[in-house]
Write a protein that binds this ligand. Structure first.
Ligand SMILES: [Zn+2]
Ligand SMILES: [Zn+2]
Length: 76
């Protein structure tokens, strides 16, 4: 009886950890991020020249076609 109780606690802890990890992963995926090509251009001090990225930027979004997602961060 005691052993099964311990096993139950361990199982609950593992389950909570997995659920927490999944939650963190979900949050990370929801986080807006720039497409790689746009990040690269930004590092060179330029705006990304891709037509799709320019069009997406006009809408205030990161280019999903190139792997970006979400809205562009407002510049401060
Ligand atoms: Zn781009
Ligand atoms: Zn693009």
């Amino acid at each position: 009886m005691k052993l099964s109780k311990i096993l139950f606690v361990i199982a609950a802890m593992v389950g909570a950890t997995v659920a927490f990890a999944a939650e963190v992963k979900k949050d990370a995926a929801a986080e807006p991020h720039k497409a790689k090509c746009c990040v690269k251009s930004e590092k060179d001090g330029k705006a990304c020249g891709h037509e799709c990225c320019v069009a997406a930027a006009k809408d205030g979004k990161n280019c999903e076609k190139c792997g970006g997602s979400g809205a562009v961060e407002a510049k401060k």
